[in-house]
Design a protein around this ligand. Structure first.
Ligand code: HEC
Ligand code: HEC
Ligand code: HEC
Length: 235
């Protein structure tokens, strides 16, 4: 028996996966997803009999997206967007300004274009700006985020239907799955994320508690740069 067919098959297989990787890297119509870090499918939660417990578990899984740096960097609980995997201060330092689009001359759209500009490493979208302060997620626990996104006083007046639509369809949210450059995409796909949120709503939209509910992601700590700029400006 010769082993050639096997060798050929594996070469073909690696060629195909190399091509898929290239296609994914070029974004050439390939599905926008993080294959290395998929989301658990809604069906997997069916074994949790208690509906409230199932709802909480669904939100914890969706929380892997919500508390991912791609979302958090635009949802700070202070005046500054963050960047990178460690939520570092945005370079150059910019502030949200009155309308969350930055303060002249550092308006967000001075640098951020309608789409990612990969050769310059700048992410983009036509509506690129910060989520309003009351929608801040950095330094807030998953349980706190869960409560505030349900609260029409703080979520921009969205009922559950609008909230689901935003999570499932909004293209600014969707940017997190094709962030460009070396940025890690949010887990799974926007569709899988939307399915988790839908199932969470259908099971009563319960918020997680305990250790999982307490999970909090913080920005890079206060440093000498923050200090010197703030002293200069505020004292
Ligand atoms: C002077 C140019 C400039 C301005 C003005 C600017 N940005 Fe940026 N921004 C950049 C560049 C360049 C990067 C990419 C840095 C990197 O990833 O290394 C970036 C990255 C980001 C990221 C990081 C994305 C991620 O997940 O890593 C966010 C969020 C962001 N900007 C938000 C904003 C917001 C909101 C505004 C307006 C308040 C703004 N930026 C204004 C140049 C700018
Ligand atoms: C480029 C910045 C940016 C990124 C990236 C971003 N958002 Fe937002 N987000 C906003 C803005 C701005 C709003 C305010 C809504 C509006 O004005 O349309 C918002 C609002 C929201 C809301 C409304 C409810 C609330 O209380 O926050 C949800 C939910 C949301 N974003 C989810 C996400 C998720 C999930 C991700 C990541 C997958 C994400 N966003 C990434 C800018 C961003
Ligand atoms: C280039 C100057 C500059 C740098 C660097 C800077 N900031 Fe700021 N920061 C500002 C300005 C200006 C404001 C006020 C913006 C506003 O209110 O719109 C501000 C506001 C804030 C606020 C809100 C304060 C309040 O009372 O409203 C916080 C929190 C904050 N900065 C944290 C930081 C942290 C943390 C760092 C470092 C990681 C940092 N800043 C770096 C200029 C800077």
């Amino acid at each position: 028996m010769n082993v050639r067919p096997f060798v050929n098959r594996s070469i073909v297989a690696s060629l195909i996966s190399a091509l898929l990787l290239i296609a994914a890297a070029c974004g050439g119509g390939a599905p926008e997803q993080n294959v290395d870090d998929p989301l658990t499918a809604v069906a997997e939660f069916a074994s949790i009999g208690d509906e409230a417990a199932r709802s909480k578990a669904l939100f914890v899984e969706a929380g892997r997206v919500i508390q991912h740096p791609r979302c958090l960097n635009c949802h700070p609980s202070d005046a500054h967007p963050r960047q990178g995997e460690l939520l570092a201060m945005h370079e150059p330092p910019v502030v949200r300004g009155e309308d969350n689009h930055g303060e002249s001359p550092q308006r967000c759209d001075t640098c951020h274009q309608g789409a990612n500009v990969d050769h310059a490493g700048i992410p983009g979208h036509p509506a690129w700006h910060l989520a309003p302060l009351q929608m801040g997620w950095i330094d807030r626990s998953l349980a706190e985020i869960c409560e505030q996104i349900k609260d029409t006083e703080r979520n921009g007046g969205m009922d559950m239907k609008a909230l689901l639509h935003h999570m499932e369809e909004d293209s600014l949210v969707g940017w997190a799955w094709h962030p460009g450059g070396d940025r890690e995409p949010a887990p799974g796909t926007q569709a899988a994320f939307g399915a988790l949120i839908r199932a969470w709503i259908e099971t009563g939209a319960h918020c997680p508690d305990g250790e999982e509910g307490a999970h909090t992601v913080s920005a890079a700590p206060w440093n000498a740069d923050c200090q010197s700029c703030h002293e200069l400006l505020f004292e």
